[in-house]
Design a protein around this ligand. Sequence first.
Ligand code: PEP
Ligand code: MN
Length: 365
Amino acid sequence: MIVVIKSQTPASEVERIIQELSHYPVTTEKVVGKDKVVIGLVGDTTAIHPEHVQQISRFIEQVIRVKQPFKRVSLEYRYGEPSEVIVPTPNGLVTFGQNHPLVVVAGPCSVENEEMIVETAQVVKATGAQFLRGGAYKPRTSPYAFQGHGESALSLLAKAREVTGLGIITEVMDTADLDKVAEVADVVQIGARNMQNFSLLKKAGATGKPILLKRGLSATIEEWLMAAEYILATGNPNVILCERGIRTFDKQYTRNTLDLSVVPVLRGLTHLPIMIDPSHATGYSKYVPTMAKASVAAGTDSLMIEVHPNPSKALSDGPQSLTPEQFVELMQEIAPLAQFFGRGTKSTFTSVTPFGAKIPLTVGV
Ligand code: PEP
Ligand code: MN
């Protein structure tokens, strides 16, 4: 249930209302939006009558029952106002959100060695990405496949961050690694296979770090939002939802099916920012640019793109990784699209990068 407070209500009256509401056996939470203050009542509210709550103060504009099972992530909980996830990086604050420029996250599937991660970071930075992605702990289907370099890869990510100033996004698979991962990551990724690992969600939420929550391989939208609710329930509001393709019946021509309809669907259900990962969604580099552009047109707040200096030699996910040159080309195509959809920024890039990638002087998204 949410209690919407009228604009211009004195702060002391808001506090008095919260005090009154605390007599109910539920948790009260003050959500301060741009225009309104909303007080959320979370817990079993079946015995609470909206008319009674309304009588607490003439400054209460409306009392609304949130019908969905997810509460804090629901759009109503912020009275329809989109939330922003603001991430401090060495290069400055980066904001994920609907009224902000498109945020691009790029990098290899796995961190393989210092040279490749630092050089890839330099390329993606010069091309306009704000975050470097790279796995230290990899969730692989086969126990015999490359599992990631673990802790030493985290140090390499820290090095890449130091050299480029890019924010770091990397996955945590095990609660035992959480502290180490949270120390290096500016955004902690919870992968598709762990979307419903509830103890991991709770502990990751409790670190206070922004969380990138990937949609489970076969998760419904409601299951995904309920997983996000676990994180918000820890008091951490900074969650970004990442669609990375779901299981359908075709395995022959695509790895997964990109469910791009989640963009408008989620807009009607939640205030949380959205990221689309066309690399894992399609599984093939040749399809990534088309679906990346489609994602921008659909209104995503952010993109995650796998980029590898030599995809044919990659230790994981080579077939879906763009070369640096392909990434530069994609970013050039995305820039005017992002501008057109009101998500552009102008930035001036430095010119020379490793791998001989041609970087235009002003692209950017
Ligand atoms: C990844 O980002 O490298 C990854 C393993 O993604 P997902 O959890 O979406 O499969
Ligand atoms: Mn991958």
